[in-house]
Ligand binder design. Structure first.
Ligand code: ATP
Length: 411
């Protein structure tokens, strides 16, 4: 059986991954987890999300003779007991996949991918659940069925790229209080190979622990179970209630679609190629904005204030530079996660040199004149200028990284 779960949390507390962690413990008397529980990040631009748009799936091989109905009832009872039903935006969904035809696998694979890259309607999840007779329970408006079915779909059909995260959960009596974590031990853990985003070196910040009142103490992301466990073993902190190693689609760029600028839609994420058509400018709040064009269409790109030092790279761009941008589109602006600078514009129009000095402009459209010898020139000249930026791939720092965004260390 694959159990899919979503939308049980609110900003004030709870977290769907915690409910899944508790469920994993309870499931131990009903069967054995097959492989890993899945922590899936869905479209990061969904307005209904609480925080990181996470959904969970737990594949389990039930004990011989175990009654599936009993397991489903236990899961539903747990959701009823633990989910934050009073929060307006909490609409839990649970699905149970017991068997799957090839057609069902095909449809679910497409649905799950769309849940990461596109915006779905609740009725699309309900239609699939009906068509294939998948047991499920939607609470309130049932929106959680979208994420629950998508996560279960990935558990059934697989992920093209995977990473791991070990998450430690706090003792209940500590929820809402400041987290007690030994900072030195975190920097030590961050040195362990094949893990990332535990700390932010450039900004001298620990980034692996949330500051919200939820049950998560911290999470360590990495390439393998071994890598995250090794780093985990270095952490000294308050006692934790439990921990779980999840397989995830985090840091895989699964949300990004390759597209032309003219095809872009709001609430989706893209990889777009173009030429800088309006140079960067810093606006109120410290956000840096520029425009790229592919000759047919143009789009504004933004490096917002939280991207910190990344903005100083962006400020060095010039009109005419060739770039590939990576990020989500909101209100017609691409929110930059990464940028590949593929071509530098070294050309600059300048007044010609004469008698060892720049000629002076004689007014708009009037050409230039040497102040010393009086020589005149009609046109400006193209000169090659030095640039203080190189071609290459640039990314936002870990403190500004989105869950799905692939860090350069993974390339
Ligand atoms: P947390 O990270 O703390 O678990 P969250 O950010 O995951 O919280 P949810 O409370 O799960 O947020 O809310 C997201 C809601 O949006 C869920 O109901 C989910 O089913 C739905 N959803 C997820 N992806 C899509 C999508 N691509 N299209 C439409 N709805 C979606």
């Amino acid at each position: 059986m694959i159990i899919g779960l979503d939308d049980t949390d609110s900003k004030e507390g709870m977290c769907t991954t915690y409910l899944a962690a508790v469920l994993i413990e309870k499931l131990a008397s009903f069967g054995r987890i097959q492989g890993y529980p899945l922590l899936i990040r869905l479209n990061p631009n969904i307005i209904y999300k609480t925080r990181g748009n996470a959904a969970m799936a737990i594949p389990i091989e039930l004990n011989r003779g175990e009654d599936a109905e009993t397991v489903m009832k236990m899961v539903i009872d747990l959701v009823e007991e633990m989910a934050e039903f009073s929060a307006e935006n909490t609409n839990p969904g649970v699905v149970f996949i017991e068997e799957a035809s090839d057609d069902m696998k095909k449809d679910l694979a497409a649905f799950s991918l769309r849940a990461v890259q596109d915006v779905l309607e609740i009725r699309e999840a309900e239609e699939l659940l009906e068509r294939y007779g998948i047991s499920h329970k939607g609470f309130k408006n049932g929106r959680g069925l979208i994420g629950a079915l998508a996560a279960a779909g990935f558990a059934l059909t697989g992920l093209p790229d995977i990473t791991y995260e070990v998450i430690a959960y706090r003792e209940k009596k500590r929820w809402g209080t400041p987290r007690v974590i030994d900072e030195d031990s975190v920097w030590k853990a961050a040195e362990q190979p094949d893990t990332w985003d535990t700390v932010d070196h450039e900004n001298r910040r620990i980034v692996f622990a949330p500051h919200s009142p939820d049950p998560i103490l911290f999470g360590i992301r990495g390439k393998s179970e071994l890598a995250v466990r090794r780093a985990f073993s270095f952490i000294k902190s308050e006692p934790f209630e439990r921990y779980v190693v999840y397989m995830t689609n985090q840091n895989t760029d699964m949300h990004l679609l390759r597209a032309k600028i003219g095809e872009v839609l709001d609430c989706r994420s893209y990889i777009l190629e173009g030429t800088v058509s309006k140079p960067p400018k810093t606006i109120v709040g410290g956000h840096v904005i520029f425009e790229i064009s592919d000759g047919t269409s143009a789009i504004e790109c933004a490096a917002f204030e939280p991207t910190k030092g990344f903005r100083s790279i962006i400020r060095k761009l010039r009109a005419g530079d060739k770039v590939t941008v990576y990020g989500s589109v909101k209100d017609g602006t691409l929110n930059l996660e990464k940028l590949k600078l593929t071509g530098l514009n070294h050309n600059e129009l300048r007044n010609p040199l004469c008698c060892g000095k720049r000629m002076k402009s004689m007014g708009s459209g009037q050409g230039t004149r040497c102040e010393k010898c009086g020589a005149k020139a009609k046109e400006q000249v193209i000169e090659s200028i030095k640039r203080n930026i190189s071609k290459g791939f640039y990314e936002v720092p870990p403190c500004a990284r989105r869950h799905l965004s692939k860090p350069l260390v993974r390339y």
